[in-house]
Design a binder for this molecule. Structure first.
Ligand code: PHE
Length: 345
């Protein structure tokens, strides 16, 4: 009997796979109703001679099984605590890490920057909070000019804190023509024409990408905030023909070599003559830029001699170019922050 129990118990303990299995074995042999326990309890019914024979052997086995179980327990615990790498399941599927990407407006801006850099233009940027002088006056748009309606914008209330009270009409009048006059959110990137020419001498060619603001109701093609790319090239004999060549290269690089475009006369106070640029897109002519030869009044404002220098300026609606290029029907989608839209690019 004892030999029989010993044989299977020792074997089973050796084979135990985990702590739970080992505990089951302990109960099976040494528990209150365990096989060995029952046998020890039954000793009292045996004859003295048999008790003498079986008793010590059973006690001995009990000790031995307790020792074996304790040993096995230690072994299982140390195995369980092996470094995690040895239990690493290489067949499990991994976690996909979501990568972000740039916004379509940033994407097209970068592409446009590269095209103009390859045409030897420099890229400059300017402030979005402008003064009335740079946004209007210096660009030959006097206070009573109807063009100011077209460029209606957000005016900044100047607080007592910044030392500039909400101004009286009288003060406002004295602001006119002052470079540090009333503040507004720029309605176009054209103020950078003035700022750049004030601090640089011709000849040069620059582009100015940036955000602009208009006080207008938003719909599918209008937003109170959008992006433009201004261009300005000034030299001794820069002409409208040069302009046409530059934008032809630009538009064809951006939209493909079969692109069609045309120039249509248009009035802007800061150019003479002025044009609008239309490009053909799926059978329709779309206005994509205003442009023209820099007005002499603008040159005078920055103290260039209009008899010595001439140049062209243009302002593309960058947001509109992005809508055409990526076939986006509604300008508001750009600013919606909707991932279903953004993730398509
Ligand atoms: N600034 C003009 C606009 O916002 C565009 C323009 C730029 C026109 C340069 C002529 C020359 O509509």
């Amino acid at each position: 009997m004892i030999e029989q129990i010993k044989k299977t118990a020792v074997l089973n303990i050796k084979k135990a796979l985990d702590l739970k299995g080992l505990e089951d074995l302990r109960i099976k042999y040494l528990g209150r109703k365990g096989e060995l326990t029952r046998m020890l309890r039954g000793l009292k019914d045996l004859s003295l001679a048999e008790r003498r024979r079986v008793g010590p052997a059973a006690q001995h086995l009990k000790k031995e099984l307790e020792r074996l179980i304790a040993e096995k327990k230690n072994e299982l615990i140390t195995n369980y605590q092996l470094p995690i790498t040895s239990r690493f399941d290489v067949t499990r599927p991994g976690h996909r890490i979501k990568l972000g990407h740039i916004h379509p407006l940033t994407k097209i801006e970068e592409e446009i920057r590269h095209i103009f850099l390859s045409l030897n233009f420099s890229v400059v940027e300017g402030p979005e909070v402008e003064t009335e002088y740079y946004n209007f006056d210096a660009l030959n748009i006097p206070p009573d000019h109807p063009a100011r309606d077209m460029w209606d914008t957000f005016w900044l209330k100047q607080s007592a804190k910044s030392g500039l009270f909400a101004r009286s009409d009288l003060q406002r009048k004295s602001d006119l023509g002052q470079k540090n006059g009333r503040l507004l959110l720029r309605t176009h990137t054209s103020p950078m024409q003035i700022r750049y020419m004030e601090t640089h001498n011709p000849p040069f060619q620059i582009i100015v990408p940036g955000v602009v603001y208009r006080h207008e109701a938003s719909d599918a093609t209008h937003a109170f905030q959008f992006m433009q790319i201004e261009g300005l090239m000034v030299g001794k004999d820069v002409s409208l023909a040069n302009f046409k060549y530059i934008i032809e290269v630009f538009l064809k690089k951006l939209f493909g070599s079969d692109l069609e475009f045309r120039l249509v006369p248009h009035h802007y106070p800061f150019v003479e003559p002025g044009v609008d640029v239309y490009m053909k897109f799926s059978g329709k002519w779309l206005e994509v830029a205003g442009a023209g030869m820099v007005h002499r009044k603008v040159f005078e404002a920055v103290k260039y001699n209009p008899y010595e220098w001439q140049g062209f300026a243009f302002g593309f609606g960058l947001t509109r170019l992005a809508m055409i290029k990526y076939n986006i029907p509604d300008i508001r989608l750009f600013y919606s922050g909707d991932l279903r839209f953004i993730e398509q690019f």
